[in-house]
Design a protein around this ligand. Structure first.
Ligand code: HAS
Ligand code: CU
Length: 555
């Protein structure tokens, strides 16, 4: 009795289509959003191509940056994640969704929200970047659209909970399958985390945009935003971890090293993802230093489950490689199935994330943050995390998931490998240049091509950055081609062929995992208590002092 995940359950055609619809929206968003990446990179090295987009009204640096951030960081991720987690729940539990209609309502709510937010962005009525800090003003439709995307994702989450509850009833005393537990923890964390931005939009931004209130309180708005904004990055990361822990070991030919450690890491993410938001506000006035230190310390805490992940995932990979005949202290790495693009995408994503993680820990120190805050270092950091650890892993997942939901073979292994290596090399160049530029003082979110103060010293790095950006662009175009040609080709898998749903067995029987690692209640209570302690006093004070008198300003 080791494998409790029911891989034998046949997913219905409708469910495959439903998951496929998520992937479709995600990849369309990624395609459009990625057009604007290289435009920014080129602008920094003095090649301004925005003029080319002027005739269709997209020739503005900040509009482009908003589209890039919203589509790539928010839409590509959220749609991919909800689709991926849906199939994880269905296959992990080996049963259909309890209320498939509910999940469909969630999906369509997200789609309607996306359209509502996209229209004002394209019209230039929401040029507020992906953080939409007040007092920058966006059209009410933008705020309402984002709210609907979040609400839709909640509804899909409720659909998961109902499905799990039914499984629990049928399987008393059995440990829940790891990938399902991990997917549910991700959703629960997300639902608590998004309360911040929900309050920000509903009590502050929407009323001000509709003219009901005279203005907003920018400081309080930022505090609400980062209550959600930091855990948002773990909402992106954790589904990649679902794959790294729960699938990659099998894809590499081995097993998960420790089921208990894997669960512990996810619980720690639930506990620690939220009460760290002030590490984005170290330079904000109005938040006492003591509270910034508390959040800095907790940020070191939330790095810990990633260090656990580094240990457990690499141990699982080593186990797989040695089984394949790998030898030596590090020589085993060569024995991993690098030729399989599903695997190499995740390995390369993990390698890039080691650098991204080091940068994150650097950001988190209160004093060093003063050097890097608001510089190019920060986009350097998040391209190694959300655009590498997460996005490149999602590419790897797509290489089996698109064939899985469409019944069509991957087009082709070689092209997919090309995507992975292009992304890896492009990102090394791009992110390194950004980190160096940041240390030299180059500001983020600035059209440097037009800035009069750019010193000669930056120019080599600006150029390197645009070379990296160009390589990344080739990579993402190749990815979209691979995805589209796979999904829309005529040929299908022959009878008896197809993709197996990858679920890694654990070396130890999951039933031996202690029960406290399989129970939601204590962890949710702990999370609420910790969030209340770390945010409560400041929220009370800031809300008490709030003055909604800063009028919104349309840029
Ligand atoms: Fe961050 C800013 C701190 C992780 C994203 N971060 C950002 C922003 C974004 C972002 C988008 O404390 C900018 C927001 C904005 O627009 O202003 N971040 C951290 C810390 C971590 C961290 C401590 N960030 C992430 C992740 C993100 C992300 C993950 C997206 C997905 N970040 C900050 C701070 C700021 C910040 C400050 C504010 C800066 C400022 O001044 O504005 C940690 O979670 C990192 C821990 C990670 C590790 C790495 C472990 C390595 C692993 C690799 C395993 C290897 C494998 C491969 C599988 C310790 C797990 C093996 C391969 C073989 C071949 C064997
Ligand atoms: Cu953060």
């Amino acid at each position: 009795m080791v494998l409790r995940e029911r891989t034998d359950y046949e997913v219905t055609r409708e469910d495959r289509r439903f998951v496929g619809a998520h992937l479709f929206v995600a990849i369309v968003a990624l395609s459009v959003g990625s057009l604007f990446g290289p435009l920014q990179a080129f602008e920094w090295s003095g090649l301004d191509l925005y003029g080319l987009l002027e005739p269709i009204g997209l020739g503005d640096y900040y509009k482009g940056l908003t589209i890039h951030g919203v589509l790539n960081a928010l839409v590509w991720t959220t749609f991919f994640i909800t689709g991926f987690l849906t199939i994880v729940i269905i296959k992990g539990l080996g049963r259909p969704l309890r209320y498939p209609k509910l999940n469909r309502i969630g999906f369509w709510t997200m789609v309607i929200g996306l359209v509502m937010a996209a229209i004002p962005i394209l019209m230039g009525a929401a040029t507020v970047l992906y953080t939409f800090y007040p007092p920058l003003e966006a059209s009410w439709a933008f705020y309402l659209g984002l709210t609907l995307v979040v609400v839709g994702s909640w509804i899909e989450g409720y659909g998961f909970y109902f499905t799990m509850a039914e499984w629990r009833k049928d399987n008393p005393g059995t440990r829940s399958p790891f990938i399902v537990l991990a997917a549910l923890i991700t959703m629960v964390m997300w639902q608590i985390a998004t309360l911040g931005v929900a309050v920000e939009i509903l009590t502050m931004l929407l009323p001000a945009a509709l003219g009901i209130t005279a203005g907003t309180d920018p400081e309080l708005g930022r505090t609400f935003f980062w209550f959600t904004g930091h855990p948002l990055v773990y909402f992106w990361l954790l589904p990649a971890y679902v794959s790294w822990y729960g699938m990659l070991p099998a894809q590499a030919g081995g097993k998960l090293f420790s089921d208990s450690l894997a669960r512990l890491a996810f619980w720690l993410f639930l506990l620690l993802s939220i009460p760290v938001g002030f590490h984005h506000q170290f330079v904000d006035p109005g938040i006492p230093i003591g509270w910034k230190y508390v959040h800095a310390a907790l940020t070191y805490g939330v790095a810990f489950p990633s260090l656990l992940t580094l240990f457990t995932v690499v141990a699982s990979l080593e186990y797989a490689a040695r089984k394949r005949g790998g030898k030596g202290l590090l020589g085993w790495i060569r024995a991993l199935p690098w030729g399989n693009p599903v695997v190499s995408a995740q390995l390369l994503a993990g390698i890039l994330f080691m650098f991204g993680g080091i940068g994150g820990i650097t950001n988190a120190s209160y004093n060093v943050n003063l050097v890097v805050h608001n510089t190019a270092w920060i986009p350097g950091h998040f391209h190694l995390t959300v655009a590498s650890a997460v996005t490149l892993s999602f590419f790897g997942v797509s290489y089996w998931l698109i064939p899985y939901v469409t019944g069509k073979p991957l087009w082709t292994t070689r092209w997919a490998s090309f995507v992975n290596w292009t992304w890896f090399i492009g990102m090394l160049i791009f992110s390194n240049a950004m980190h160096v530029l940041g240390l030299l003082g180059a500001p983020r979110r600035t059209p440097l091509g037009e800035a009069p103060y750019v010193p000669e010293e930056w120019s080599g790095h600006l150029f390197r950055m645009s070379v990296g950006g160009a390589i990344l662009f080739v990579g993402v175009v190749a990815f979209v081609v691979v995805a589209a040609r796979t999904a829309f080709q005529k040929s299908r898998f022959a009878e008896g062929e197809g993709v197996e749903f990858p679920i890694a067995e654990s070396i130890h029987d999951p039933q031996d995992t202690p029960e406290w690692l399989d129970r939601f209640k204590p962890w949710i209570i702990g999370t609420i208590v910790l969030v209340a302690l770390a945010y409560g006093p400041q929220l009370i004070e800031q809300i008490g002092n709030a003055a909604y008198n800063s009028p919104l300003i349309s840029p």
